[in-house]
Design a binder for this molecule. Structure first.
Ligand SMILES: Nc1nc2c(c(=O)[nH]1)N[C@H]1C(S)=C(S)[C@@H](COP(=O)(O)OP(=O)(O)OC[C@H]3O[C@@H](n4cnc5c(=O)[nH]c(N)nc54)[C@H](O)[C@@H]3O)O[C@H]1N2
Ligand SMILES: Nc1nc2c(c(=O)[nH]1)N[C@H]1C(S)=C(S)[C@@H](COP(=O)(O)OP(=O)(O)OC[C@H]3O[C@@H](n4cnc5c(=O)[nH]c(N)nc54)[C@H](O)[C@@H]3O)O[C@H]1N2
Ligand SMILES: [Mo]
Length: 718
């Protein structure tokens, strides 16, 4: 997106920093409330040390003056009444919410004592270092875990986007990015850009303005359908693999696959083709619910428009057969030669430069972590069960943590250092909380008083992006170093300050980590070519990265691909090497619903399709955003509502074999008949308390967030 905007416009716009008028100072900062990719520039209007207004920064690469509903509520988020402002020590029984304030020295000393006690008795691996969604400090936490000697660095990404990363790596050997600016056709498949990332939606509107086409494949009737789509396919939940194979057959039978490309670059085409030929249009219509003619039209439109690309979202992966559905979709790109070519998907030559953002050069982020990797450590959590995850990701599969804590198999976990962890984001959220509650020691860094804080022994207050300095790279080869817009609230610190303080108290002899954010970042980014670090630190806006390389399209394909065969793999040799009957080298289709008996649990729930006013649990307690959808509610189709006698806003009960919750009914065509949709993270109606934590995708360990059986009834009928 950056290359669209003239770099001088950006820099000029940002030179107007710090205008003072009536005692108001305008600070250029960043909203990091959502995904790391498009973090938006924000002007914080600060008076007497408090933010009084937020506006999008004009000319900023990702948002050019705009803010979404979540970003606009940032001021209320910062000043939420349940912000933690002092370090606290638990004094009553665990869960009693009895805490007393302590000094930071005490907080560090007691956390070090708690972690070291577990290390002495059980070994360092028995302490897990866990983080939620937040990405800005991840390499630092990773390093703290390794310096401590524990392999157990776990993140929320093991239920978020690692599955898509793994699918891309298994096929292409590398993660990929859509070349949106040069494409003629974009397929949003299980992805809803206007809601999940509005900077992306702006680019899609631009694509349409220049005559491009958009196909939306979504189980719901979404904003993408209404705003962007030229063609809409609405498959039943989880049937995307079937749909993709049926499209592959149409493409191959029409001779629209790229034979020369396949011959040169693709491994396993014959096995794949033979498999895909089993998916005829009539059966596909039955399974997916999409009219056969629409499947054909979509297949032809995708294959005949060149260049075209498919960009799948987490709507595909968060279910039992999610990894294979994703692979089936990406296989369409492989057989049509839509890889590493302008307007298709491009390999990410540098997967991450700094904290999940890509600045076009190889930084020392890997070295920062690798150099302290514990030797001869025990098996990382979840990796015995998920060998593909083990071989592709450098962290544990956090979805299995609760079961390892409770079973003590293959070895006990007895302490957790949690940084922004919310049990309500995990499958069987009550079990996750129960498991953590049973530990010998828990310390948390958090902004707000969450349930995990309430069961922690030590709680350490941390601050938001408005209260800290933070570095971020942008795809257009720019890098930004913000300054705090306001002082950290109360006694809160940044997470990285906490890690540095703790590294000292733990006596890890990790001088680099002890030296703090700026020094570590300077080391990690030393290959950037930035000469005057001080000028960068105080730059107050994005600066060009001197050593950023422009990717030469096609260059990855011309070398050996990072797959076992050095080719694009439709048949995964790595998966074949495991020789496990439940892991198929081909992207096979199986029904991806959980095992609850259909006779009793006759609806399928998808929990978590993004809403404009939410970002997981973080904005549920913020009144501006909450007002846009005041009640936790479940979307149900009018046909189903009629049949069950449910009226708008009736209280309904949803049950699975794991739990029951009650919430309001929202009758809408958005949901297809037989399917329900609700958002996650509500205290009063926790979707994830319904989900069986054992129902995981065997390839990736991904949970069944977006497809599990349940039943629904009117509360007064029960
Ligand atoms: N049912 C269902 N469940 C889902 C999903 C779904 O679609 N459906 N989506 C999954 C996905 S994709 C994701 S990414 C996860 C998200 O899962 P989480 O990241 O756990 O989401 P939140 O609860 O919003 O945030 C966790 C906590 O981080 C705290 N926090 C915010 N910023 C900071 C910070 O800078 N430092 C610290 N220490 N804490 C901070 C917040 O206060 C919050 O309590 O949820 C997953 N869970
Ligand atoms: N507003 C908002 N934006 C967010 C977030 C948020 O919480 N709120 N979270 C951020 C995070 S952590 C992530 S990972 C991204 C995720 O961003 P997306 O991947 O876009 O996430 P979703 O909205 O959960 O899913 C996309 C679409 O998939 C559809 N879908 C669900 N199941 C199926 C299926 O089986 N087949 C098909 N074809 N479609 C299906 C849903 O109806 C939904 O419209 O969003 C990020 N942006
Ligand atoms: Mo996510």
């Amino acid at each position: 997106m950056l290359n669209l905007i003239n770099r001088f416009t950006i820099l000029q716009a940002l030179e107007v920093a710090d205008i003072t008028d009536n005692g108001i100072i305008i600070k250029h900062t960043m909203c990091d409330i959502c995904t790391p990719g498009p973090h938006c520039g924000v002007d914080a209007y600060v008076k007497d040390g408090r933010i009084i207004k937020l506006e999008g920064t004009k000319g900023f690469p990702s948002n050019d003056g705009k803010l979404c509903a979540r970003g606009a509520a940032g001021r209320q988020y910062v000043y939420r009444s349940d912000r933690i402002t002092r370090p606290m020590r638990r004094v009553g029984p665990r869960g009693s919410s009895e805490f007393e304030p302590i000094s930071w020295e005490e907080a560090f000393a007691e956390t070090a004592k708690g972690l070291n006690a577990v290390k002495e008795q059980y070994g360092a691996a028995s302490a897990a270092f866990i983080c939620g969604y937040t990405k800005w400090f991840r390499p630092f936490l990773h390093r703290l875990a390794y310096s401590f000697g524990s392999p157990n660095y776990l993140t929320e990404s093991s239920g978020c986007y690692w599955s898509g990363v793994m699918a891309n790596r298994s096929i292409f050997g590398v993660t990929t990015a859509p070349d949106l600016m040069n494409t003629k056709l974009y397929v949003a498949w299980g992805s809803n850009p206007p809601i999940h990332a509005f900077p992306l939606a702006r680019n899609l509107i631009a694509l349409k303005k220049r005559g491009g086409k958009i196909i939306v494949i979504d189980s719901r009737n979404t904003q993408s359908v209404q705003m962007l789509a030229d063609l809409v396919l609405r498959p039943r939940l989880g049937t995307d693999g079937y749909l993709a194979h049926a499209m592959a057959r149409v493409i191959i039978e029409s001779g629209l696959h790229d034979e020369a490309f396949i011959k040169k670059y693709v491994h396993g085409f014959e096995q794949y083709k033979q498999y895909a030929m089993g998916f005829d249009l009539a059966s596909a219509e039955k399974v997916t619910g999409v009219p056969a003619e629409d499947i054909r039209t979509a297949a032809l439109m995708f294959a005949e428009t060149d260049p075209s690309l498919i960009s799948p979202g987490t709507g595909i992966t968060q279910r039992k057969n999610g990894f294979n559905n994703y692979r089936a979709i990406m296989s369409l790109m492989a057989i049509t030669g839509r890889f590493d070519r302008m307007g298709t998907i491009l390999p990410n030559a540098y997967e991450t430069t700094f904290c999940g953002s890509n600045g076009g050069f190889k930084s020392f982020e890997e070295e920062f972590i690798d150099s302290v990797r514990p030797k001869n450590a025990r098996q990382t959590v979840g990796l015995e069960q998920f060998p593909l995850f083990r071989d592709m990701m450098d962290e544990g599969q956090g979805m299995t943590l609760a079961s390892q804590i409770l079973s003590e198999k293959p070895y006990p976990i007895k302490a957790a250092f949690c940084t922004g962890v919310n049990n309500r984001m995990y499958p069987d959220s009550k079990q996750y909380l129960r498991a953590l509650e049973s530990l010998d020691f828990i310390a948390s860094t958090e902004l707000f008083w969450t349930d995990i804080c309430k069961i922690s022994d030590i709680v350490m207050p941390v601050c938001t992006s408005y209260e800290r300095a933070e570095i971020k790279c942008y795809a257009g080869k720019f890098i930004n170093y913000t300054s705090p817009a306001i002082e950290p609230l109360g006694e809160s610190k940044t997470d990285v300050e906490v890690f540095s303080g703790l590294a000292k108290s733990l006596e890890l002899s990790d001088k680099l980590l002890e030296s703090g954010y700026d020094a570590c970042a300077r080391y990690i980014l030393s290959p950037s070519g930035i000469k005057d670090w001080e000028a960068f630190r105080t730059s107050d806006g994005p600066i060009p990265i001197p050593n950023a390389q422009k990717y030469i399209v096609g260059s990855y394909l011309e070398g050996a691909l990072k797959t076992p065969t050095g080719k694009i793999e439709l048949f995964s040799q790595l998966i074949a090497s495991y020789k496990r009957p439940d892991l198929n080298p081909l992207p096979i289709y199986i029904d991806s619903c959980d095992d609850a008996p259909q006779s009793e649990f006759d609806f399928v729930m998808c929990a978590g399709a993004r809403l404009p006013n939410t970002i997981h649990s973080r904005l549920h307690e913020v009144s501006w955003t909450r007002l846009l959808r005041p009640k936790a509610s479940v979307d149900i189709n009018p046909i189903d509502a009629d049949r069950l006698g449910i009226s708008q806003e009736d209280e309904v009960v949803i049950s699975t074999p794991v739990n029951s919750i009650s919430l309001a009914a929202n009758i809408t065509e958005t949901a297809s008949p037989g399917e329900l949709h609700m958002y996650h993270g509500y205290k009063e109606a926790d979707a994830n308390s319904l989900i069986d934590s054992e129902q995981l995708d065997p390839y990736t360990g991904f949970p069944s967030y977006k497809q599990f059986r349940c039943k629904i009834a009117k509360k007064e009928d029960l």
